[in-house]
Design a protein around this ligand. Sequence first.
Ligand code: OOG
Ligand code: NI
Length: 426
Amino acid sequence: MPQYDTLLGIVEDVNSDILNNNTEIKEKLQNDGSINRLNVERHGAIRLGSPSELNNCRRLFAIMGMRPVGYYDLSVAGVPVHSTAFRPTNAVALERNPFRIFTSLLRIELIEDPSLRLKVEKILNLRSIFSKKLINMIDSFEKFNKLTSDEADLFVEESINAFRWHQDTPVSRDMYEELHREHPLIADVVCFRGPHINHLTPRTLDIDRVQNVMQQHGITPKAIIEGPPKRKVPILLRQTSFVALNEEITFMGGGEGTVGTHTARFGEIEQRGVALTPKGRDLYDSLIEKAKSGKGDEYSSILKDLFKKFPDDEVILRREGLSFSQYKIIDNKKIKKFTDSLQELIDTGAVEAIPITYEDFLPISAAGIFHSNLNDQPAQTYSTGSARDAFEKALGCGVLDEMVLYEKIQNNSIESIEKLLGRRLI
Ligand code: OOG
Ligand code: NI
């Protein structure tokens, strides 16, 4: 990833500075286990061209315990794709490594010109993004529910190749330009041999600070940070990226070998906060919707103002049912005291409520990231609406509901306390 090492360096410096100077944050991260995952934490993104590519990706990521969570319709924001995120789903796997991959599928039906649509389909039909060896590995895993150590090595090697950047494109310059005129994203998806990872995103503890430091290192971040404004208690996800760089490519179509440039790969940083319940999410969505009209600095101040309506206190967020928590016994002696009230156990210091980190994405933010890197404003919007059924059909299964997953983690933690106490809590 261009400039990725510089970005990682900045993020690591800022994170370790915060951990060294803020014992409260450090203890919190130690407590919820996320200190161990901080430096391995990333997300990445790929863009696929056809339903069968999505289907094979689902099969491939399943080998690593990553499942499709959520459906994101980006067409409303003028981006002709719909997406999901492959990620681990249970608390233990998330703590170990929460790597997520934002996976988009091109919606060919949104290309208006039928002859261009046909060309796109033809080019995509000619490629196989996964090698025969890799497909064999996937078949074998599905049959035996495991890979041998040798197979696993081969699986990793072949997967790395599948998501690698290719400097050359099998299409001609004319074809590339025609697709690019239709939508830069279409050129990026269709013109390459595989779905290159277009960005990787480390997690920072202070996104505003990294945004500033980036500029000092000659990296230009996008104008605004997507997501909620800066708060005492972070919620959901804040993200910012730096614009995709011009990279040299070679057009091989028609034996050309001529050189051009392509902008697709960029860098991004994110700051994650607590996962919101459906009630909290509704409030968030309504405030973001209201802020939509503002631009640049104006947008930031409108947003800040609007979010005064969103409680900025961990306890209030939990008690008003706006956020999800995981409950943990912290004092075994105090837990014996007879009460069936979870709140009382918390008040007496027997149990602690730990906010559950948001592991997913936000459609409006994602659209903002797409646009800043395509270097365009939404010139057109598509009015066809979402196509979740078609997406899931291609995927070969339904996407999981993120809310159900967070609730399960919360409920499991309560149930394990109940089991220990031998009584139900309210
Ligand atoms: C994905 C853009 C969305 C995010 O973090 O929301 C995204 C892409 O450009 O393919 O990365
Ligand atoms: Ni991203």
